[in-house]
Write a protein that binds this ligand. Structure first.
Ligand code: NAD
Ligand code: IPM
Ligand code: MN
Length: 379
């Protein structure tokens, strides 16, 4: 198949009709740790069902990342996994990490594998849509009248900033210290802001940039560069800037005021976990990580949830919704993506809930939720 560049992918999402041609695609699965394998299994079942009903051929291969890769070969991102990802049309990841690998003095960490695959594939744009399902309006800890009408697309910069800045340690005793620097270049800010502005043009035409320009030098560069891009290239898009601390508050006070939000790596990480409480659970939020070419990587925004791993109670819907994003953004299969989203909506309408969204009510397990989505896809 043709690999689409990120701009055409986004544009195809908003403007071009879906293809009806049967498609062959090579999908790499990276189940990872904790609940990762449990939820990826369900998303794979969903993708297999879609392939069958729409006449596509999806080939899956599973590869190691994170803690399991450390245990097996001492490396959280083996070269074999990188090679498989490079050859893939799209990648679906579960989660990495867990207490077993949390020793601060360990040589490496599961999270290093995830950061490295993002960097290796140049996945600088992390799309995190905050979509509310009407059926879950009362699953949120926030009041229905506050969250109603919320529909936000976060664009989190994913391969720069403090996550990838120079770091080090030194000294002893009270003088022992550690540092990690936050660096952003003009080019890095321009490309993510451009993408966010284009996304805004395809929806509510409003963009909010979030920074900490009152304190941080890289945020001041971010603000200046973003303003220039918006003024020169997107004068039609309604644009504003908000400081990250205030944004944390606005998100739970007036979430429905926001359309597209663009921000740096760490702020985007934190704000989207907070935003997961709008739809009601981290278990509902998918994400897509895209670069200027090559395969996209799709994953839930949550982690490996060690507290519930192995119990078959994790919510697989975030990963299933990530597989819908995979079909849309990497394979150009809009109707197929929509069919998954509608199936998810249907199971929620039927009152089916995993424990995280049941809020004390009756809950079903991971596999039953996956089966329910598969059933709705086949009727
Ligand atoms: P977490 O996201 O794993 O879990 C936070 C809380 O949300 C937990 O109570 C968990 O049970 C719940 N939760 C998360 N996903 C759920 C789901 N699908 N269904 C039901 N409940 C769900 O965050 P954490 O506990 O802070 O981190 C655990 C590990 O995961 C750490 O090692 C961290 O580094 C890693 N992590 C990985 C990723 C990733 O791979 N993309 C993302 C975040 C955290
Ligand atoms: C996420 C996670 C990762 C991040 C960690 C596990 C490296 O929290 O995908 O949101 O901070 O980006
Ligand atoms: Mn996170």
């Amino acid at each position: 198949m043709n690999r689409l560049g990120y701009i055409s992918v986004l544009i195809s999402h908003f403007f071009t009709p879906a293809t009806n041609t049967p498609l062959k695609a090579n999908i790499v699965l990276l189940p990872g740790d904790g609940i990762g394998p449990e939820i990826v299994t369900q998303a794979q079942r969903v993708l297999e069902t879609v392939a069958k009903s729409f006449g596509h051929q999806f080939e899956f291969s599973s590869h190691m990342i994170g803690g399991i890769a450390i245990d097996t070969c001492g490396d959280p991102l083996p070269q074999e996994t990188i090679d498989a990802c490079r050859d893939a049309d799209a990648i679906l990841l579960g989660a990495v990490g867990g207490p077993k690998w949390d020793d601060p003095s360990a040589k490496t960490r599961p999270e290093v594998g995830l950061l490295k695959i993002r960097k290796e594939l140049g996945l600088f744009a992390n799309l995190r849509p905050i979509r509310l399902f009407d059926e879950l309006l009362d699953a949120s800890p926030l009041r229905r009248d506050i969250i109603e009408g919320t529909d936000i697309l976060f664009l989190r910069e994913l391969t720069g900033g403090i996550y990838f800045g120079e770091s080090g340690t030194g000294g002893n005793g009270q003088e022992e210290s550690a540092y990690q620097s936050m660096v952003y270049s003009v080019g890095e800010v321009e490309r993510i802001v451009r993408l966010a502005a284009k996304a805004a043009q395809g929806r509510g035409n409003r963009l909010t940039s979030v920074d900490k320009a009152n304190v941080l030098e890289p945020s001041r560069l971010w603000r200046r560069v973003a303003a220039k891009v918006m003024q020169e290239e997107f004068p039609d898009v309604q644009y504003d800037v908000v400081l990250v601390d205030a944004m944390a508050m606005h998100l739970i006070n007036r979430p429905s005021d926001f359309d597209v939000v663009v921000t740096g790596n760490m702020f985007g990480d934190i704000l989207t976990d907070e935003a997961s409480m709008l739809p009601g659970s981290l278990g509902m939020l998918p994400s897509a990580s895209l670069g200027s070419d090559g395969p996209g990587l799709y994953e839930p925004i949550h982690g490996s949830a060690p507290d519930i791993a192995g119990q078959e109670i994790a919510n697989p819907l975030a990963t299933i919704l990530a597989s819908a994003m995979l079909l849309r953004h990497s394979l150009g299969l809009e109707s197929e993506a929509t069919s998954i989203e509608s199936a998810v909506q249907a199971v929620l309408s039927d009152g089916l809930r995993t424990h995280d969204i049941a809020r004390g009510g009756e809950a079903i397990g991971t596999n039953s939720m996956g089966s329910a989505v598969v059933d709705r896809l086949t009727v």
